[in-house]
Ligand binder design. Structure first.
Ligand SMILES: [Cu+2]
Length: 164
């Protein structure tokens, strides 16, 4: 039976190293370890929550993969049909209440993948001028510190019950 022990311990140490690696990134907790191959920045899984007519706000999410050799940052976003869009970060307070604040930019180190997903970083869409329904393809414009600006069509998903 005790033959199993080294395996168990190795597994525990591996888990510990993964946890330490996650902490050492210091604040960039949206970064994932998924491999990212160039050239340039690639966007995937870009979507926004559907919005009814008259609804003032919604949120958009996406995955950014910086395949370039240089660090970059997402510094500005805008959406056709929304007066204003900005990067937000949702955090959980000690009392369990979620709150969000605008963040100045999203760091994209060379080779890193950043996930904007419900409960974390997101693109806040404000001053909506129209409804957004599944089947629409609103255009999101992304501006980076170094890479050229990019326009992508968002998939609209009928999830409206939650902010962030
Ligand atoms: Cu927000």
């Amino acid at each position: 039976m005790h033959n199993n022990r080294p395996g168990v311990r190795a597994g525990f140490i591996a888990a510990l190293l993964i946890a330490l690696g996650a902490c050492s990134r210091g604040g960039s907790d949206n970064l994932a370890d998924a491999a990212c191959e160039g050239p340039g920045i690639a966007v995937s899984d870009a979507w926004m929550r559907a919005a009814r007519a008259g609804q003032p706000t919604s949120a958009a999410y996406l995955t950014l993969c910086n395949g370039a050799d240089t660090d970059d940052a997402l510094i500005s976003v805008s959406l056709a049909g929304a007066q204003h869009a900005e990067l937000h970060q949702t955090t959980m307070k000690p009392n369990g209440v979620a709150s969000m604040a605008s963040s100045p930019g999203l760091a994209l180190p060379a080779g890193a993948t950043a996930n904007l997903a419900p409960g974390g970083a997101h693109i806040m869409l404000m001053g909506l001028e129209q409804a957004f329904a599944p089947g629409d393809a609103p255009v999101l414009r992304l501006q980076f510190e170094n890479a050229p600006a990019m326009e992508i069509a968002l998939e609209v998903r009928s999830i409206t019950d939650q902010d962030g």
